[in-house]
Write a protein that binds this ligand. Sequence first.
Ligand SMILES: CC(=O)N[C@H](C=O)[C@@H](O)[C@H](O)[C@H](O)COP(=O)(O)O
Length: 222
Amino acid sequence: MMELDQLRGGLVVSCQAYPGEPLRTPDVTARMVQAVVEGGARAVRVQGIADVRAAVGATDVPVVGLWKDGDDDVFITPTLRHALAVAEAGAHVVAVDGTRRTRPDGLTLAETITALKAEHDVAVMADCGSLDDAREAEQAGADILGTTLSGYTGERPRTDGPDLDLITLVHGTCSAPVMAEGRVHRPDQAAAALAAGAFAVCVGTAITHPTTITGWFREALG
Ligand SMILES: CC(=O)N[C@H](C=O)[C@@H](O)[C@H](O)[C@H](O)COP(=O)(O)O
């Protein structure tokens, strides 16, 4: 398993384009990965098997891989099959749904993590939506607790910026490192997330999603 400490205090950049979008090709993702690494990203987060493979081939920094699938509640690397495929694509960290919701294959998070780790020497990031999720995910064997799903599962409000309260709560309750992720839109919010107890901060949209960023500016113009 990779040395997680190399991420401590660092920035992770999520490089995702969504299905049907103009930038959604593995080649563009690979170039985006290289661009953010040049800017100082300590690791990258990439969605989809082809994109994970392309990212692993394009950089030396660790790749957090995930596979979003389905329209159900649980869509971030929802099953063991998805998790194994992400690991086989070369991800150093496999991000999985880390909520307490029923998974489509009927396995528990603990069963999923155990079976994945039996086959691959990977770290597991649990994408959580609440403190209870984080507690259970740590018990289940997750190496990193992400606040990724805060505001998207009904357990926490969708704050304007990152859910600093949840970061503080998880950091104060759990021993596993906390990845602040979700709605970190400005550098000062990233710094605030670290100050709240995050061990690293993952930023997506505000760095790698020009369509959304363009919309922010357009709206400001009225
Ligand atoms: C909720 C969900 O599906 N989050 C996804 C997880 O991979 C991505 O769509 C986000 O872009 C990522 O978490 C980074 O967050 P933000 O883009 O807000 O910086």
